[in-house]
Design a protein around this ligand. Structure first.
Ligand SMILES: O=C(O)[C@H](O)[C@@H](O)[C@H](O)[C@H](O)COP(=O)(O)O
Length: 285
C-alpha cells in the first residue's frame, strides 16, 4: 500500500517512501514516520540489513550496539525471511549501548531481552561475537571491563575508530527513547550526561528501575557512523517534539536531543502517534 500524506514540519523537506513518510530535518537528522508498527518494523529491518551489507563490504564486519525496551520487539522482522538468509550474520559483532546491572537470566536484563527476541532465533550469529556486559561484578567494574573489551576491539579494528577523537566508531547504535527523553541509560538532568572521559560508565540511581545500570556515554554515541532512535506511541510524542523541534534553550536539552552524531548519520524511526506533536505536522491521507 502506498500512503500519501500532506505534511509540513518546520525545517524539513519530505518525500513519501514506500511505506512511510521520510524527511530530512535541517539539523536533527532523517525522520521516517510510519503508518503502523508493522511498517516501522519492516523499514527498520531494511535499514539495518542495508547498513550491515555496506559495512561488511567496506570493513568485513558489522559492529552494532543494541539498547533495551520496545526496540528489540520492533527489530523482530530481521529474524524472518528474507533477512534471516540474506544478512551476513557471521560478520556481526553485537554490543549493548546500555544494560541493567542484573543477572543475565533476570527479566530486566537487556541481554536476555535480545537473546530471547533475536539472538536465539534461527540466525547464525557467532556466540563469541556477542559482547554482553559482565553480570557477576559491580556496575562500576562491569563498566570498566566493558570499556576495556571495546578498547581491545578498537585496536584490532573490529570496531572502527573515530577520525576526530579516540572514540570507538560503531557502525550502528540503536537507541530507544523513554517518555522523559532518556536514551540508553542517560537520563534527564543526570550528571552522567557530562561523562566525557569514559566510553562506558555506570549509574546507581536510575529513575527508571532497576537503579544500577551501565551505559555508553554521549561521546561514544555521537562518534558512531549511524545512530537510529526508534520511538513509538503517543506517550512519547512530547519528548519527540522536545528532542527534534526548535524549542529554544530555556530548558536543558533532553538526552535524546543531545544525540548529535558528529560525522555520522542520525535517523528517527517514528510511528504516527509518536510524531503527532512535531511542530507544524498535519497528517492527512
Ligand atoms: O535499558 C533500558 O532501559 C533501555 O535501553 C532504555 O534506554 C530504553 O531503550 C528506553 O527506556 C525506551 O524503552 P521503551 O521503548 O520500552 O519505552
Amino acid at each position: 500500500m502506498v500512503c500519501v500524506y500532506f505534511v509540513t514540519i518546520i525545517g524539513c523537506t519530505w518525500k513519501p517512501r514506500r511505506m512511510a513518510l521520510s524527511g530530512v530535518h535541517k539539523d536533527r537528522g532523517e525522520l521516517r514516520i510510519h503508518e503502523s508498527l508493522d511498517e516501522l518494523g519492516t523499514d527498520l529491518a531494511d535499514y539495518i540489513a542495508e547498513l550491515s551489507e555496506t559495512s561488511v563490504k567496506e570493513r568485513g564486519v558489522f559492529a552494532i550496539a543494541l539498547s533495551g525496551g520496545s526496540l528489540i520487539g520492533l527489530m523482530g522482522k530481521l529474524c524472518e525471511a528474507p533477512y534471516n538468509k540474506t544478512v551476513d550474520w557471521a560478520k556481526w559483532y553485537i554490543f549493548w549501548a546500555d544494560e541493567r546491572a542484573v543477572a543475565k537470566n533476570h527479566a530486566d536484563s537487556n541481554y536476555k531481552l535480545a537473546k530471547d527476541g533475536l539472538l536465539s532465533k534461527q540466525v547464525p550469529i557467532v556466540p563469541s561475537h556477542v559482547h554482553s556486559i559482565n553480570d557477576s561484578v559491580s556496575a562500576e567494574e562491569a563498566a570498566d571491563e566493558y570499556e576495556f573489551v571495546i578498547r581491545q576491539l578498537v585496536k584490532t579494528r573490529t570496531i572502527s575508530v573515530s577520525d576526530i577523537s579516540d572514540c570507538p566508531k560503531f557502525d550502528l547504535i540503536l537507541l530507544g527513547m523513554g517518555p522523559d527523553g532518556h536514551v540508553a541509560s542517560l537520563f534527564p538532568n543526570h550528571p552522567v550526561l557530562e561523562a566525557n572521559d569514559e566510553w562506558v560508565t555506570y549509574i546507581t540511581d536510575s529513575p527508571k528501575p532497576p537503579p544500577e545500570r551501565i551505559t555508553f556515554t554521549l561521546p561514544v554515541i555521537n562518534s558512531a557512523s549511524n545512530v537510529a532512535v526508534v520511538v513509538a506511541g503517543e506517550g512519547k510524542a512530547e519528548a519527540v517534539h522536545l528532542a527534534i523541534d526548535d524549542v529554544g534553550t530555556d530548558c536543558p536539552p533532553l538526552p535524546a536531543r543531545m544525540v548529535q552524531p558528529t560525522k555520522g548519520k542520525l535517523v528517527w524511526f517514528l510511528d504516527k502517534p509518536a510524531a503527532s506533536k512535531l511542530e507544524g505536522s498535519q497528517f492527512s491521507e
